[in-house]
Design a protein around this ligand. Structure first.
Ligand code: ADP
Length: 473
């Protein structure tokens, strides 16, 4: 997961937690507040209805129980009072007398005279006992919350009946839900705006890291001028400066190493050439001294080869070389053409096998040198009549170069040491002079480009160079 994504996810987590922590309690409070705001709008009309119809209910209750004389005739009938007071809340209103029988139901559902204050309707019991009842209840038949308010009807200090107002909370709840929805939208906008800001912030942190990584990759690929620009947060600026100091030191070291190799090469070659010329002059004079001079010239040749190979080995392990995309099939074809005449002179045949097109990131001259060393060995050490195969292609996702011969192979006891510097095997010693540096140089050059040179199982001798997939193309 990228640094940018991690930072944005961390910010998203914080925003979501904060929005939930703030909005959920607020939503609950808003719901409670709306319902408690609605309660007086039902309770008030219920109380007013109860007081307005008190004398009439008292008269009806008295008539029902036959205990008291009729009170005076009311100014407003029960029906008028209920219609008047219930209109604002849209409530269903049921009025019962003292024994709990229906006097009036504005919904017309309960038949007047039937007992209504049963245990299923405890609000009537409480109201008839002189208490005010107010509660919410879910109605399965209506499929919504109801607010039930029951108040006693008091006449002359006595409870003569009860009035129940039942208001649907659907509208209130719908309003609450609309508020919740608006709050949710605001929360979402806050989260999205926060995430956009977090993205910009994360980008401002991640960009310098990306640039630093780019510079490190370029430096690793040999671009010694690659530097990071010190930008972004303080820690990254410090890191970029440290990186640049390291790159400066590395570039200076490599330059010094290159200068040394170039100078050493020049300084060693000049006296060797001078020596050889003098020996050749002595050789031309003939006689015993001339014969000695001829032998000494052969030694000088060996010394020159050794010097050349040592310098090559030193420059092979040098870091910081710039590469290019090298097509392996083309490289193998050129090597086959280059070595064919020499192979024929040695009585061997060169066979070229190319697989699917493959390219690696390297210096072409380095890879040519690897093939030259391996082919020279194969032609030299495999007996006449052998076949030398060059293979170029792909293995796994990387590039592959193989040089194999149908000779006797490398003895088991020597296989482990074959890439050691100055190691010469039994075949090498038997065949003639050599430095024992050819395979060490080849292995170093392959390693320089991220690959690995290994000795594979025979028949014959088979060297395989494996390279990773090119990172740049
Ligand atoms: P040099 O050829 O100078 O001896 P190298 O490093 O190239 O040095 O090779 C080291 C040794 O590996 C050789 O001396 C030889 O014994 C052995 N060798 C290398 N290539 C082959 C080959 N194709 N077949 C047999 N032996 C080999």
């Amino acid at each position: 997961m990228s640094l940018r994504l991690r930072l944005v996810l961390a910010a998203a987590y914080v925003f979501v937690v904060v929005v939930i922590a703030l909005e959920v309690p607020l939503a609950v409070t808003i719901e409670r507040q709306r319902i408690s705001d609605f309660r007086p709008s039902v309770l008030g009309p219920a109380a007013l209805t109860a007081s307005t119809i008190a004398d009439e209910v008292a008269r009806i209750s008295a008539a029902a129980t036959g205990t008291k004389p009729e009170p005076p005739h009311p100014t407003m009938s029960i029906e008028q009072a209920v219609r008047h007071y219930a209109a604002s809340s849209g409530s269903r209103v049921v009025v019962v007398d003292q024994p709990g029988r229906v006097i009036y139901d504005n919904a017309g559902e309960a038949t007047p005279g039937t007992l209504y204050a049963t245990s299923r309707r405890p609000e009537f019991g409480l109201a008839l006992a002189g208490q005010v009842y107010s509660a919410e209840r879910y109605s399965t038949s209506l499929g919504q919350q109801l607010l039930i308010v029951a108040v006693p009807v008091i006449y002359d200090g006595r409870t003569v009946g009860a009035v129940r107002f039942t208001a649907e909370l659907g509208a209130v709840e719908a309003e609450v839900h609309r508020t919740w929805f608006r709050m949710g939208l605001v929360g979402l906008v806050v989260i999205v705006a926060g995430l956009v800001m977090a993205w910009f912030l994360a980008t401002s942190i991640a960009r310098p890291v990306d640039r630093l990584e780019e510079a490190a990759v370029r430096l690793g690929q040999g671009d010694l001028d690659a530097r990071a620009s010190p930008e972004g947060p303080g820690e990254l600026v410090t890191l970029a400066r440290s990186f640049n100091r390291m790159a400066d030191a590395l570039a200076a070291n490599i330059a010094a190493q290159r200068d040394f190799i170039a100078n050493a090469s020049h300084q060693l070659r000049t006296p060797l050439t001078g020596l050889r010329l003098r020996l050749e002059a002595l050789e031309a004079e003939g006689g015993e001294a001339g014969e000695e001079a001829r032998r000494a010239t052969a030694e000088i040749d060996r010394l020159a080869t050794l010097v050349q190979e040592l310098l090559l080995l030193a420059s092979a392990s040098e870091a910081g070389a710039a590469g290019q995309r090298v097509d392996l099939a083309g490289l193998a074809q050129d090597a086959a053409d280059r070595w064919r005449p020499q192979a024929e002179r040695a009585g061997s045949a060169i066979r070229l096998v190319t697989g699917p097109p493959a390219a690696v990131w390297a210096d072409r001259r380095d890879l040519e040198h690897v093939l030259d060393n391996l082919l020279e060995n194969a032609i030299r050490y495999a007996p006449p009549g052998s076949e030398v195969t060059i293979e170029a292609g792909r293995r796994d996702s990387g590039g592959m170069l193989v040089v194999a011969d149908s000779g006797r192979g490398i003895p088991e006891a020597e296989r482990e040491r074959i890439f050691e510097r100055f190691f010469r095997g039994e075949t090498g010693r038997r065949t003639g002079p050599g430095t024992g540096l050819g395979l060490a140089i080849a292995a170093e050059l392959v390693r320089k480009w991220g690959g690995e040179l290994r000795l594979a199982e025979g028949p014959g001798t088979r060297f395989e160079a494996m390279f990773p997939r090119p990172t740049l193309s």
